[in-house]
Design a protein around this ligand. Sequence first.
Ligand SMILES: C[S@@+](CC[C@H](N)C(=O)[O-])C[C@H]1O[C@@H](n2cnc3c(N)ncnc32)[C@H](O)[C@@H]1O
Length: 245
Amino acid sequence: MSTTVDKSGPRVRDMFGEIAGRYDFLNHLLSLNIDRYWRWRTVRIVPPAPGAKILDLCTGTGDLALAYHRAAGGKAQIIGADFCYQMLDIARQKAAKAGAGQSITFIEADAQQVPLDDNRFEIVCAAFGLRNVADTDAGLAEMTRVCAPGGQVAVLEFSTPDRQPFKFIYSWYFRHVLPRIGQLFSRSAAGAYNYLPASVGEFPQGEQLAARMRAAGLTDVTHRGLTLGIATLYVGTKRPEIRGQ
Ligand SMILES: C[S@@+](CC[C@H](N)C(=O)[O-])C[C@H]1O[C@@H](n2cnc3c(N)ncnc32)[C@H](O)[C@@H]1O
């Protein structure tokens, strides 16, 4: 797929490093707090078993990892991975404050080359992260590789609503209002809040992303729109190992 948005690692890492301190505030403001609901839905649609091993890739400030910690009653073993240390610093502080310091470990890692063993996690997830990874297929391949046979891969990502008149109203907000508010509060030199609609606009969605997940080796891939299609949750299963053959 041809791409015009610059998603080179250093650019994306610097951009998130620059806005890390304002990231949570702006996330909740610009989504009117609906982002919390999307992560809440994710952990309910892909629930953790007691003691589950979970990897949250592109964890950022750790909100999905923390949602899984709460959903598992503190009993999951969670790794949050991201290549931006400024985001991870905030994630670590939030986990310590939430009493999750023992059950969540944060590591600095690129989603395209995850330094973790094959077949290790029952749940591998990424919220609003995969879109930023330079090579989507490499990210999906890594998510699938580290997922245990029979485990689930969940991708929560922005999408474009397809029903009028909401599509028109939301597109106007997303392209014209959100970047201005984001820029005002973040003062991002890298234009992080112009990057957001641009990157969503060219990222595969719906069946297109589902097909890429199947190509990565996942089965039973489903996708469901959340909040009139502003976000979509994609879920796939790694084929269980067939023994005795
Ligand atoms: C929009 S934030 C999402 C953070 C968090 N998952 C959430 O739900 O709010 C995207 C995150 O992906 C990270 N990221 C982007 N590309 C990455 C890559 N190739 N490897 C690891 N992390 C990456 C960024 O550093 C950033 O923290």
